[in-house]
Design a protein around this ligand. Structure first.
Ligand code: SAM
Length: 309
């Protein structure tokens, strides 16, 4: 059935619906989980298939043994926290793993008792819904543009950008060789290599790439993976090299929040953020899917580079 036929059928159903039930029906159309299956697009199915392939290659917590700092920092959180990768595990998958007893949303307040409290979850990847929000709602048409993902990890941003945008080139820079192997495996299997490339490097060695980038994505890149002094150097390097006028920077969390813990040591040059970038306000109320966590979307911030290149 094409759009016009479907619309006529819906209008007929609406005209036959009792008047007092119309608002309820329209609200259901706008918000119900029952319609989620109709909203799943082909790209979403491909991303789910990639997530399934990657889940088979990684332990449940999706952290590799060499990530000692990330493991330590997660354990040091004031509230009990576990890493659940949002690209690999959507809400539905988490629910089924909890039912099977393989994952838990709770921890025990006193050992042996039934008193439990909710665990905090953190994710080192964007979820599929966040990728859709990023490439379909936040960013403009990316035809002819170079997108760079700093710390590309499982490659979620690269695959999302390939499927949901017209970006000409998507380049991931990742410091960990284990994740480079996984990204290469996915790119080859799904035929993404014509527009996607991954570089095994510290972003601090990639001046030319940053200078050419039109869009830079930074999803909580440094906090769990680098000492504060290295984080400061990395932010300085980025602010000195990512300077193409009008280029777009996406950060999670807000850039001021990412820098807050590094406060006193961040040099004056870095703190003159207002001369480097300006924030672009985002509309977070856009409907995606009902399982989208609105709080995680609100962590995504967009900035435009002001200074001349
Ligand atoms: C939170 S993950 C981001 C994942 C991915 N961009 C996404 O949004 O799905 C951060 C990644 O950055 C990598 N990383 C940390 N510091 C880096 C650096 N200096 N250069 C390159 N990669 C780095 C880490 O190994 C980790 O895999």
């Amino acid at each position: 059935m094409n759009f016009s036929d479907a619309r006529n059928e819906i209008l007929q159903v609406l005209s036959k619906t009792e008047r007092q039930d119309l608002p309820k029906l329209l609200e259901w159309l706008k918000t119900s989980d029952d319609l989620d299956d109709c909203l799943v697009d082909n790209q979403h199915v491909i991303l789910q298939s990639i997530a399934e392939d990657l889940r088979a290659c990684l332990p449940l917590e999706a952290v590799v043994p060499s990530e000692t700092m990330a493991i330590q920092k997660t354990h040091q959180k004031p509230h009990p926290t576990v890493h659940v990768d949002a690209f690999l595990y959507d809400e539905e998958t988490v629910d089924s793993l909890c039912e099977e007893g393989k994952m838990s949303r709770n921890y025990c307040l006193s050992c042996g008792s039934h008193r439990t409290a909710l665990l905090d979850f953190i994710s080192h990847s964007f979820s599929i819904s966040e990728l859709q929000f990023l490439f379909q709602k936040i960013l403009p048409d990316l035809t002819g543009q170079l997108v760079v993902d700093v710390g590309s990890r499982l490659g979620a941003v690269l695959y999302g950008g390939y499927l949901y945008s017209a970006a000409s080139q998507l380049v991931g820079v990742e410091i960990s060789s284990e994740f480079i192997k996984l990204q290469t495996m996915v790119m080859e299997k799904y035929g993404f290599s014509d527009r996607v490339q991954v570089i095994h490097a510290d972003v601090r060695s990639q001046a030319a790439l940053l200078q050419n980038a039109d869009v830079l994505i930074m999803n909580n890149v440094f906090e769990y993976f680098m000492e504060p002094s290295d984080q400061i150097q990395a932010w300085q390097f980025i602010s000195q090299n990512f300077r193409k006028k009008g280029a777009l920077l996406v950060t999670v969390p807000r850039i001021q929040e990412a820098l807050a813990s590094l406060e006193e040591t961040v040099s004056l040059e870095m703190l003159t953020l207002s001369q480097w970038i300006e924030e672009v306000p985002l509309d977070y109320s856009i409907y995606l899917k009902n399982d989208t966590d609105p709080d995680s979307l609100k962590q995504i911030h967009l900035y435009r580079v002001l200074c001349p290149s």
